[in-house]
Design a protein around this ligand. Structure first.
Ligand code: DC
Length: 237
């Protein structure tokens, strides 16, 4: 997009980092807030999912770091935006739907442990945030990808509530779900994402901690927008 008059006057774009565990509603809330604020929403989980999908398609065990690393040079991840939000491409193919399968969640969490995978994607993420106002969600955005973000939020909810939300979401997409299996997946990813050595999931020291177990989606979006206004950069937001 072309820089607008405010960009020229203040020369600065605003970055909002939203981190938290699986199923906390990061993407739905970030998308809603981005729409209201006029920011670009960037879903970094989709990028880890694309690499997880690439490995699964090639029959590579995603827990085998050497195997995953061996395909990295042949894996190109790109994103594009349309009126419905972000689309994700794997070697030129639109995989926006395929990456949402539950087994790809676990594959994504597994490949995300590998530093080489993270470094490849972090480069892309920082580039995407360089010349526009962004809300970026993930696990390490406030702590590692965009440490100078003007607003950092750590978004979480109880594991039961997160599993419930994920079940509802999958059901709406026509994917059959079993609550216990979904909950087990989430618990596995919580442990994997928080326990890894390189850029683990944890609240940034300067983040706002937001537990939305008892909040509606609208309330959560309101809260994010309110915080964005309080940290606004230049004349923005
Ligand atoms: O947000 P998500 O559920 O789509 O993310 C899928 C997995 O990708 C998640 O379990 C961990 C990993 N991930 C990560 O390690 N760092 C990010 N910034 C985003 C996702």
């Amino acid at each position: 997009r072309m820089p607008d008059i405010f960009d020229e006057r203040f020369g600065k774009f605003m970055k909002i980092a939203i981190d938290g565990p699986a199923g906390a509603g990061k993407s739905t809330i970030s998308k809603g807030a981005a729409k209201r604020l006029g920011f670009v929403y960037i879903d970094t989980g989709a990028m880890y999912r694309a690499i997880g999908l690439a490995a699964v398609r090639r029959g590579i065990d995603t827990a085998d770091a050497e195997g995953v690393k061996s395909i990295l040079d042949d894996v190109d991840v790109a994103i594009r935006h349309n009126e419905n939000g972000q689309l994700i491409f794997l070697n030129g193919e639109d995989v926006s739907t395929d990456i949402r399968l539950p087994e790809i969640s676990v594959a994504a969490s597994n490949v995300a442990v590998i530093p080489e995978v993270r470094l490849k994607l972090v480069e892309l993420q920082r580039k995407l945030a360089a010349d526009t106002d962004v809300i970026m969600d993930g696990r390490d955005i406030g702590t590692y990808v965009l440490p100078d973000a003007e607003l950092k939020i750590y978004l979480t909810a109880s594991v039961e509530e997160r599993a419930n939300r994920r079940c509802r979401e999958l059901k709406e997409k026509g994917v059959e779900t079993d609550f216990d299996a979904v909950k087990a997946d989430i618990e596995y990813r919580d442990k994997n994402d928080s326990g890894r050595e390189f850029a683990p999931l944890k609240p940034a020291d300067d983040s706002v901690y937001m537990d939305n177990t008892d909040m509606t989606l609208e309330e959560s979006i309101d809260k994010v927008c309110e915080l964005a206004h309080s940290r606004r950069v230049g004349n923005k937001v």
